[in-house]
Design a protein around this ligand. Structure first.
Ligand code: ZN
Length: 246
């Protein structure tokens, strides 16, 4: 999962959907931007902490709400939500977010929010950017978020990149030398489909090899999240876009 953005209804819907798709979810991987934009930062942190074998990396929005990076060049409308989120965080939530690492290596996969080269900010949106990142991680695969768009990209022997823009229910085999996956965004999708987005990664742990990834979308009560955002005084732009999926 990635980019939950303090949207508890979306997170709950994803977990329920994922649990219905597979006998057992062995591990939970979260690729940052847990908070900000949405109305329930603490509730989302608490919910995540109870999920099985949790691995989480830090996103740019965690760094922003904790004032770990300069906010000087941040768009004023985003800054307004970021300040609201900072004011809401409990000590425990802030502590949890502060301790998150920028990258994690697990099995044959590197986890990061944006890209291995720049875990906070770079958008992996093209074959070229992905290729430039290959020297910045050592595992076969890399899972990223940040763009809020589901994406799969594999490099074969010839180093030719094959891109997939997966839709709900798509399966992508991972018989590539190197590959990138973006599961899309749980709490604020931007690919014109407002349903919560996530992916199930299948790993043959005996051979330390990822075999395939399934992309899914889960319906959730968008209205409920929008009403909480309205109550919190979050700018209308962020409320409106949830229903549009952009
Ligand atoms: Zn994000």
């Amino acid at each position: 999962m990635s980019d939950i953005h303090a949207n508890l209804a979306a997170l709950e819907a994803v977990w329920q959907h994922a649990s219905s798709q597979t006998e057992k979810i062995e591990e939970t991987w979260v690729l940052g931007d847990i908070v900000d934009y949405g109305p329930q930062p603490n509730q989302v942190v608490d919910y995540l902490r109870h999920l099985p074998n949790l691995s989480v990396v830090k996103g740019n929005h965690e760094a922003m709400v904790l004032s770990e990076i300069s906010l000087r060049y941040i768009n004023p409308m985003i800054l307004e939500v970021t300040r609201w989120t900072s004011s809401q965080l409990t000590k425990e939530s802030a502590q949890f977010l502060r301790n998150l690492p920028p990258t994690i290596q697990h099995y044959d996969v590197t986890l990061c929010h944006a890209s291995p080269r720049d875990p906070m900010w770079e958008y992996v949106t093209s074959v070229q950017i992905a290729q430039e990142n290959l020297d910045h991680f050592t595992t076969s695969g890399c899972v990223v978020g940040h763009t809020h768009m589901p994406f799969a990209l594999g490099f074969a022997e010839s180093n030719q990149g094959v891109v997939t823009r997966p839709k709900d229910g798509d399966n992508v085999g991972l018989n590539f030398n190197r590959w990138f996956i973006n599961p899309g965004s749980v709490g604020q999708p931007r690919d014109q489909d407002p349903r919560a987005s996530y992916a199930l990664l299948h790993i043959d742990t005996q051979h330390n090899q990822s075999t395939k990834v399934e992309f899914h979308r889960a319906d959730y009560d968008i209205r409920a999240t929008q009403e909480l955002m309205l109550d919190a005084g979050i700018p209308p732009f962020f409320i409106y876009r949830l229903a549009q999926g952009h």
